[in-house]
Design a protein around this ligand. Structure first.
Ligand SMILES: C[S@@+](CC[C@H](N)C(=O)[O-])C[C@H]1O[C@@H](n2cnc3c(N)ncnc32)[C@H](O)[C@@H]1O
Length: 297
């Protein structure tokens, strides 16, 4: 089991965590956001947090309730623009992401995903198939799509929400890339259709949330739908010279759940690894945020 966190990254830093909150720097701006997993105490005082932060987010009534996003409010303590940019760079991989204060405490990037972006970049580069087709499901603002594109993939980016797909397109443009295919659809519906058409992909990346909706109101519930989705993915993942990355954010799922379901659906695979993604604050406290499994065929 692997425990992975981003390498030193100039434009991102988890400064402190605790008291169900995290204090993070995204480029030049410091934000305090709710974090249900930070069940320990802060290292810095509340006063030190207040002095540093540009903006904080306070949760609404649904904070921590299963199936509910954390509706709440951003409070600007110092000038914070509506949009700003950060850069991600790891060896030859680099791209830019636009950030913004959105509803539900998100800013447009999940920084703990950086080890998956690095893996995707390397995995795509190592494929022997020319211009390998890569499918990114539940793709949000597209960091994983940019990593796959930067490595030479022919990338299809799918999300249920049109606005985040537009956002991902802007991230592609600001990163100096082009040619990603954009799809606003329900993930399961799309993969079923691709399987019927006999289409296949050299790489599949999935980062499904615990609960979600397709654009036509299709219900996504991780524990009820994941097995079906993975079985459909098996039909469209090329049997050789291919890879898959599954990331799970659900609080209740351990890394072993991710690994067991992958073994159950895909059987014996090459270079399979699984584990947790975490962020380490500047005092060394480790904050686990998601679990993942990835393998090659
Ligand atoms: C946890 S985020 C993914 C984060 C992303 N992989 C990243 O690292 O930037 C989940 C995404 O799934 C999308 N989503 C939710 N339900 C969906 C569905 N049924 N079909 C397709 N996308 C869906 C949401 O709009 C959201 O962008």
């Amino acid at each position: 089991m692997l425990l992975l966190s981003p390498d030193k990254w100039n434009d991102y830093e988890l400064i402190d965590s605790g008291g169900f909150e995290k204090l993070e720097r995204f480029g030049g701006y410091i934000l305090a956001r709710p974090e249900p997993k930070a069940v320990w105490g802060k290292t810095l005082t509340n006063e030190a947090w207040r002095r540093q932060m540009h903006t904080s987010y306070t949760t609404g009534a649904s904070f921590g309730r299963a199936g509910k996003e954390d509706s709440g409010t951003w409070h600007r303590l110092k000038t914070t623009p509506d949009q700003w940019y950060i850069h991600y760079r790891k060896d030859a991989l680099q791209f830019r992401l636009r950030l913004g204060l959105t509803a539900f405490k998100h800013v447009g990037v999940f920084p703990e995903q950086a080890p998956n972006w690095d893996y995707i970049y390397t995995a795509v580069r190592e494929l022997k198939t020319p211009q390998p087709k890569i499918l990114n499901l539940f793709a949000y603002t597209g960091a994983a799509s940019l990593a796959a594109k930067a490595a030479g993939g022919d990338v299809t980016h799918l999300d249920a929400v049109r606005q985040v797909v537009t956002w991902a397109r802007e991230n592609m443009e600001t990163s100096g890339q082009g040619g990603i295919h954009w799809i606003v659809e329900d993930a399961l519906k799309f993969v079923r259709r691709e399987a019927k058409r006999g289409n296949s992909y050299q790489g599949i990346i999935l980062d499904p949330p615990a609960y979600g909706h397709g654009p036509a109101g299709e219900k996504w519930k991780l524990d009820a739908c994941l097995f079906d989705l993975l079985q459909e993915c098996k039909k469209i993942l090329a049997p050789h010279d291919s890879f898959l990355v599954l990331n799970l954010y659900s609080n209740g799922f351990s890394a072993l759940v991710a690994d067991t379901i992958i073994t159950n659906v895909f059987g014996t695979t090459r270079e399979k690894e699984f584990g947790e993604l975490f962020l380490c604050d500047s005092f060394g406290k480790r904050l686990p945020l998601s679990v993942f499994t990835r393998f090659k065929l």
